[in-house]
Design a protein around this ligand. Structure first.
Ligand SMILES: [Zn+2]
Length: 85
């Protein structure tokens, strides 16, 4: 199965798994977008019935909403790092 491991982005890498992350999941429903979600807050992901959810990203790209939801978090992480107490 040619599923190359997803390269972590610079941000994800710097986080080093220190926060509890939602493991990636995707919808098996045909009408849903060919993306995976990894944020509990994602409204698109929340709309998907639990019975259509499958774990794993299956080589899909990340849902743009999940990416946006994560962005502010990552920014504050960086700020905290750049501004020591
Ligand atoms: Zn999403």
């Amino acid at each position: 199965m040619g599923c190359p491991p997803r390269r972590p982005t610079q941000y994800e890498h710097s986080l080093g798994g220190m926060m509890a992350q939602t493991p990636p999941w995707h919808s098996i429903r045909q009408r849903d977008r060919n993306v995976f979600h990894d944020d509990d807050e994602c409204p698109i992901g929340q709309e998907i019935d639990i019975k259509y959810r499958k774990m794993g990203h299956r080589c899909r790209t990340r849902c743009p909403t999940c990416t946006k939801l994560r962005a502010p978090l990552l920014t504050s992480e960086r700020l905290a790092r750049l501004t020591p107490l």
